[in-house]
Design a binder for this molecule. Structure first.
Ligand code: PLP
Length: 361
């Protein structure tokens, strides 16, 4: 077996222990004689799996009792629609546009009512987080929407926006469980799990109970109502059973490894290794404003597209894979999710140093 260091932005690296345990349980899950994939979602064994996953997530994030945890199919893009469909009363949403994913969410909401862009950093290719201390929040806004960590551009909010009393909805896909977060500051937190939590295909929505409403926009399909998930333990229909099982394993791994405080420390250590190198490098440089740097996604460039391409190619040959940047930024991007070991980042920095020696006279 030969494993690489996988810097993919998502689907992304998972803890090896988790993959190994899943492999061991593949043919016979704990004496049931079958794989979790083959199991009825109405069985006691599966009920235990989903209950425990929710319980562990609640513990990890200290989720208050008045928030529901919902496992929803369809990933991130489905949440772009579910948020306005479920929260639009006045049919007004205020969006802060800090990257492609926030923009997609904003565009989606426009199908259902008025979606205002109350701030944007598109003027500088999303390389910073705009000042959100005094935004022109619409009096009628049903919520204010942000993307907390911008996967493509590598920025993160270090301070939450002043929503002037409106509920805050946040897409936390790429920083999910990377550090502690005060859930009570949000109306809804949702994250696609394929970045930092599990395999692709599920978003976990953490929704304050009063936002789970009967009176959603007319025409909202059953499977796009938060209430359907809340009333049925996320099992109104057949849920993505195997993905939820894998997420549950990752939650256990997080608990075993010290929880989110420990993850934060580890993630800071890893990001520091790379950022410190970028700050002193004569060849590579980071692309975003230092004050807004993400711990999870680190874009960088050499300034020469051919050299960038050569770097990505040679890095791959050295077992450091998926370092090509998103097409809208170019250059490189290293995603340093929870499951990326410190050794992976050390290997990357060492490789970058050697590449620099070779290419800078
Ligand atoms: C990847 C990503 C999305 C899109 O998720 P899909 O599951 O592909 O729809 C949305 N938001 C953020 C922050 C992401 O990183």
């Amino acid at each position: 077996m030969s494993r690489v260091y996988n810097f993919s932005a998502g689907p992304a690296v998972l803890p090896e222990e988790v993959l190994e345990e899943a492999a061991r349980e593949m043919m016979d899950y704990r004496g049931t004689g079958m794989s979790v994939m083959e199991m009825s979602h109405r069985s006691k064994d599966y009920q235990d799996i989903i209950d425990e996953a929710e319980k562990d997530l609640r513990e990890l994030m200290h989720i208050p009792d008045n928030y529901k945890v919902l496992f929803v199919q369809g990933g991130g893009h489905t949440q772009f629609a579910m948020v306005p469909m479920n929260l639009f009363k006045n049919k007004v949403g205020d969006y802060i546009i800090t990257g492609l994913w926030a923009k997609r969410a904003w565009k989606e909401a426009q199908m259902f009512g008025t979606a205002n862009a109350v701030a944007s950093s598109e003027d500088k290719t999303f390389t910073y987080i705009p000042d959100c201390s005094d935004l022109p929040i619409d009096e009628d806004a049903d919520y204010v929407y942000i993307c907390l960590n911008n996967t493509i551009y590598g920025t993160v909010y270090h301070e939450l926006p002043n929503t002037k009393g409106k509920d805050l909805v946040a897409d936390i896909s790429s920083c999910f469980l990377s550090e502690p977060l005060d859930v009570s500051k949000f109306g809804i937190l949702w994250g696609g799990v394929q970045k930092n939590v599990g395999p692709a295909g599920v978003a976990i929505a953490i929704v304050r109970e009063d936002l789970i409403r009967e009176d959603v926009l007319p025409g909202t399909p059953t499977m796009l109502r938060y209430k359907t998930y809340a009333d049925n333990g996320s099992m109104y229909n057949t849920p993505p059973t195997y993905i939820i099982y894998m997420c549950g394993k990752v939650f256990k791994w997080l608990k075993k490894n010290g929880g989110l405080e420990a993850m934060k420390e580890r993630n800071e250590e890893k990001a520091k290794l790379l950022y410190d190198f970028l700050d002193e490098s004569r060849l590579f440089k980071g692309t975003v404003e230092k004050k807004d740097r993400s711990l999870m996604n680190v874009p960088f460039v050499t300034g020469d597209a051919d050299l960038d391409a050569l770097f990505v190619k040679e890095a791959k040959e050295a077992g450091l894979v998926n370092l090509k940047g998103h097409r809208s930024v170019g250059g490189m991007r290293a995603s340093l999710y929870n499951a990326m070991p410190v050794e992976g980042v050390e290997a990357l920095v060492k490789f970058m140093r050697e590449f620099e020696e070779k290419h800078v006279k």
